[in-house]
Design a protein around this ligand. Sequence first.
Ligand code: HEM
Length: 423
Amino acid sequence: MAHTKAPSAFKNPLIRWVDDRLPIFTMISKEYGVFPTPRNFNYLWNFGALALVMLVIMIITGVFLAMQYTPNADLAFDSVDRITRDVNGGWLLRTLHSNGSSMFFLVVYIHIFRGMYYGSYKRPRELLWLFGAVIYLLMMATAFLGYTLPWGQMSFWGATVITNFFTALPIVGKAITTWLWGGFAVANPTLNRFFALHYLLPFVIAAVVFLHVWALHVTGSNNPLGIEPKSDKDTLPFHPYYTMKDMFGVSVFLLIYAVIVFYVPDYLGDPDNYVKANPLVTPSSIEPEWYFLPFYAILRSVPNKLLGVILMFGAVVMIFLMPWLDTSKVRSAKFRPWYQWCFWFFVFDSLLLGLVGSQHPEGIWILLGRVGTLYYFGFFLVLLPFLGWFEKTLPLPASIAESVLGGGKLAGSTVAAKPMEKA
Ligand code: HEM
């Protein structure tokens, strides 16, 4: 109860005043200052922080873009052109936002693959993983909605193709599609509602990220060895060790992002989207952004539309089910020789499906798409459950400290910073 609480120990009187009334600084210090964190993180553990940075950049640039954007089918294309040419700093906001979505997906894909490799989705972190999967789904929806906003050829035809998926559903398909469009074709009401939702969803993502990080702080982080910390020797306070490491990672990442924004801002875009939407002219090839290509390949790998749509959504459902499909008791792939092979082949398979998604569905690409789809589902539905039963795993180290400090001899010594370099 508030009146029995001891006064906080902060030196700054303003911070102390606030903290005595709302212990927000105590919470930050507990969760991000002294928070015990495994001492053996590698750089892949930077990617959660990077995703957070990207979310903030996307929300800030998006809010400012919205101040100059006009969500009307007759005016949207020109308003975006005006932002790029006439609004002060508009070109920068726009390139930061459009390339930002690619950088955000890149970061989140690495973040997901990291979790898959080190088994971070396993007990007790299933809910943390599920929140992550919800975030990923919301990100896909947000990116799709945002891509329609410039109302270029690819915006219009992309929206038409994707919303048409729903017509494949028996009985209710047509009604759902009309409801999504707000009419009988992709037109002004569609653009308007897509804009409203594109503005809303990032804040929903931010709320789910809050739950995601909350769940993380209940279980604590996994680590490259996949074994839980057993004593103080296995952990370090989050600050200054990981705040510094995260800041270094963020700096390197922002440099790469800046090179793209300033030197090749249009590299990832589709030239067709610099042409105003025309419902009477279909582009020669309709292709989503790179981060959707593997799913697009899965959709097109079966000749039946309904089955294609089911498989495409099923591919995302697999991610949700991972904690229950993997039966192995050992978390990290470091100690799972067979899983390691299957995992790296899965990474290769995802890239291959991405390539297939970018090609016309003809000749060898059809076969590759089918084989790729088969492995995608085989990985989740066959390999993950069966490997857990048959794989002979390697012996686990007794503790994190023993593994990274060479027998744990250094663990209690004063050279606490040294082992970080080994991580
Ligand atoms: C907006 C997107 C996301 C943000 C901002 C975010 C943020 C974070 C942060 C800050 C961490 C702690 C640092 C780290 O372990 O890297 C973390 C951990 C984690 N995230 Fe995410 N995340 C996002 C998306 C996802 C997605 C899509 C998944 C999986 C489907 C996921 C699964 C995980 C898991 C399993 C951990 C724990 C890792 C471990 O302890 O080894 N996250 N996330």
